[in-house]
Design a protein around this ligand. Sequence first.
Ligand code: ZN
Length: 211
Amino acid sequence: MANIIQDFVPQGAKNRPGYPLTPTFITVHNTGNSSAGADAAGHATFIKSPGAGTTSWHFSVDDHQILQHIPTNESAWHAGDGANGPGNRTSIGVEICENSDGNLAQAEANAIDLIIDLMKQFNIPLTNVVSHQHWTGKYCPHLILPRWDAFIASIAKRQQERLQEDKLAQVPEWAKPAALKLLTKKVIDDPNGDTTFYRIITILDRLGLIA
Ligand SMILES: [Zn+2]
């Protein structure tokens, strides 16, 4: 999980309206800027500049960090559906950077982990993770829309992985391969136990008895 750095747009700025937000959706964007240096830090500078006008969003994600520009209990102007639009007023806006000097796959992976954290924090279902296009028809996130369903599926897959990682956190390294197989096969739901348990499952695994 990439580090999240809070670097808020000053209160009172045109693009920080201060409208209260209780997020029930997450809106995914691409920045639309492939210039070298148009990473999260570059967008943090931009969003605090007069050039941003009334545009804002909550998080910029690149391949190595996440910068937060607006608190998640305040609306940002990212969905293009106006001051009373449901996109702006019910969703957290996540911008995925596409700078040519960055690693897009890693930026997307970081965004997926952030989205999962936000879903958990605000109890938002995966069906409410939507594209910018969902609100206004704008072709955004332009790099992800051609494979939108696969992107959503990869969020679900990563959720499962993280669930398993959490369950395995206390299992000793040497017993993890066997515990992971038993979890994946749904033979057990809780992989935690005592040393005897870990030794038995590891022996079974080494004998090839856990396929
Ligand atoms: Zn967008």
